[in-house]
Design a protein around this ligand. Structure first.
Ligand code: DX5
Ligand code: ZN
Length: 216
């Protein structure tokens, strides 16, 4: 299972310091953008993401927009260096137009669903997506408990992809560790992990990433 590292809980002043020893081990960098409207928390914006690019030229930026009006900021987030931009189907926008807008900047388009949204609600968009991000916590904060209701969703997304020949990556976000990872590893291409990697009491960050990569 590939790992997309969420840096939501890293000390932003020391972000380079904190990440430099293990950043080369992750497959993607997951950037949680929150506007205080779509979710009850505020994080960072395109300026910060642009600065992160200086850490490593090759890192794939997997930007997760938890913002109410994603179409207003797609240009900024693509210019900041995102390879994937994922927004929420529950946000206020025309979903198909926002997918097309992301692609118009040569960026891959992802769509995310919150825990109360069913896969059937995004089925018509699946042929056009490069990534589907299933939330396994209510978006807003790192360090929450994994919700088992996400398991059937990633399973269903995999079945739909096989049946219809779709090409989206299946990603899951929230509460992923070496226990919950076992429950979903057969259905996803990658998983977001934040606190398990960054604030692990038992293993170093490097070891935690390895444990997710090696899940059997
Ligand atoms: C939650 C964010 C997640 C979260 C992941 O709103 O989208 O990316 O920070 O962190 P952990 O792994 O701590 O749940
Ligand atoms: Zn996220």
């Amino acid at each position: 299972m590939k790992v997309s590292l969420s840096i939501l809980t890293v000390d932003y002043l020391k972000v380079y310091e904190s990440l430099k020893d293990y950043i080369d081990d992750v497959d993607y960098l997951h950037l949680d953008v929150m506007d205080g409207v779509f979710v009850p928390n505020i994080s960072f914006g395109p300026g910060f993401i642009k600065s992160l690019r200086k850490i490593n030229d090759d890192l794939i930026f997997d930007t997760h927009l938890m913002i109410e009006y994603p179409d207003r900021y797609i240009k900024e987030f693509s210019e900041a260096g995102s390879q994937y931009i994922t927004f929420h189907v529950e946000a206020s926008c025309d979903v198909m137009k926002t997918i097309e807008l992301i692609k118009s900047y040569n960026v891959k388009a992802g769509l995310s669903i919150k825990p109360n949204t069913k896969v059937s609600e995004i089925e018509k968009y699946l042929p056009y997506l490069d990534m589907v991000l299933v939330m396994s916590v209510e978006p807003g904060f790192g360090g929450q408990k994994f919700m088992d209701s996400a398991i059937d969703k990633v399973k269903e997304l995999k079945e739909l992809r096989e049946k219809n020949g779709y090409s989206y990556l299946i990603n899951i976000d929230g509460g992923i560790n070496d226990e919950t990872g076992k429950k979903i590893k057969d259905y996803v291409d990658m998983a977001v992990s934040g606190s398990y990697v960054v604030n692990n009491k038992n293993y170093s960050s490097k070891e935690a990433i390895k444990r997710l990569h090696d899940l059997k």
